[in-house]
Design a protein around this ligand. Sequence first.
Ligand code: GTP
Ligand code: MG
Length: 174
Amino acid sequence: NTASNDAKNLRVKLVLLGDSGVGKSCIVLRFVRGQFDPTSKVTIGASFLSQTIALLDSTTVKFEIWDTAGQERYAALAPLYYRGAAVAVIVYDITSQESFHKAQYWVKELQKHGGPDMIMALVGNKADLHERREVSAESGMDYAERNGMFFIETSAKTADNINQLFEEIGKLLP
Ligand code: GTP
Ligand code: MG
């Protein structure tokens, strides 16, 4: 951007959705605290964290993150968290075809009930477990492309692509 180097400070509501156990809370913990918890507990209801990053053009982005509970019993609460969200990150586990189907369910729900300008990202987590992979990167990429979503594979365990996920989202913000 050649016009100026004015700093822009953005504040963004982001919601994470996806099946229980895919690693939503671990992605957030890695992003916000740089840690991994192999004994991570299932989320009850939802939890809230925030983290600010700086992009290369000196824009800062404060992510206000709603980490929702993936267990079926909490599904009815999801609209409370995705309503008004600028960004939805839909997570599956690359070792679970079932979690990929669940991700597609969330995409459809957001296409029906999310805001029209919502930025959606599809994330295949647990990329470190490649020997147990059930969902190819191509399947994830194709699905994301057909639905106008950003796609990335991550590992909360190794930290692979976790910061990149949020930086790429930051670049997509208006
Ligand atoms: P709910 O809160 O029930 O919706 O689940 P969640 O999506 O928040 O899952 P959580 O982050 O609690 O992680 C579930 C399990 O997967 C934990 O045992 C984590 O340690 C493990 N896990 C999360 N991310 C990764 C990863 O990238 N690689 C590996 N190998 N394990 C992971
Ligand atoms: Mg959780």
